[in-house]
Design a protein around this ligand. Sequence first.
Ligand SMILES: [Zn+2]
Ligand SMILES: [Zn+2]
Length: 293
Amino acid sequence: MNRRLTAATTPAAGRRHPRHGERISLRLWGVRGSLPTPGPATVRYGGDTICFELIVGGNRVVVDCGSGGRALGRALMAEGPLDFDILFTHSHLDHVCGLPFFKPAYHGGSHVRLWAGHLKDANAHREAIERLMSPPLFPVKPTALTGCRFRQFHAGETIVLPCGLAVDTIALNHPGGSTGYRFSHDGAVVCVITDHEHGVPEIDAAVTDFVRGADVMLYDAAYTDADYGHYRGWGHSTWEEGISLATRAGVRLPVMIHHDIYRTDEALDEIQAAAQRLMPGVVAGFDGMLIKI
Ligand SMILES: [Zn+2]
Ligand SMILES: [Zn+2]
């Protein structure tokens, strides 16, 4: 089996579909947590909040639509008819704030399905977006999202997208809930574990099983062990816990994401260097990062 895996630094543009032989490609459009952080201190890793694009066996799936979704949406509009799914981890602002600026959502010819699994009621995700896009918070009404349809599931279920792709899900430890995702195709596996706090033994064990053997794991590394004490209970994890999880679960490439809003490029360089001393190859995710399996 081809186990090739490459992480490239190419800018976010160009070819949209994988070459023959690529099983999953993953592009990071936003890796910052909590709030967009533009400015000279975040130029290299980026300041946009969470948005990832996967091409899984030729099918596009997007995870979250934070402020990184703005650039993704513009890139997608160049492709013509759009039919894909956005799987939301949860409804916090840093994961949904790009949706009102996501051009395909307003395009009547689009078929964009918005999935969420962290809420109890079938309509709760739609209602959350309606509150976000309501006066006096936002001038455009949610009825303008003519390209979108809302879909609901319960975290822990395996969902089957209209393209036929089955995606495993898991409930994570986060205020209000969050959903982790596991994408598989032809032996390649990518997991997204964000907005998750370690430390609950039964959840930690379930997450370990969930990501076992993954080629790539995007992991909530908002904090470090040194500063975690100030943020216990806030619903996020540390890069050290990410490496520990990757080691015991046999994950090949942990990618640290959901960077803290005060983490500068230099600070992330230092964290990545420290992490690589424990696990060579681990990387801090950055806007535009492209990973192919
Ligand atoms: Zn977040
Ligand atoms: Zn959150």
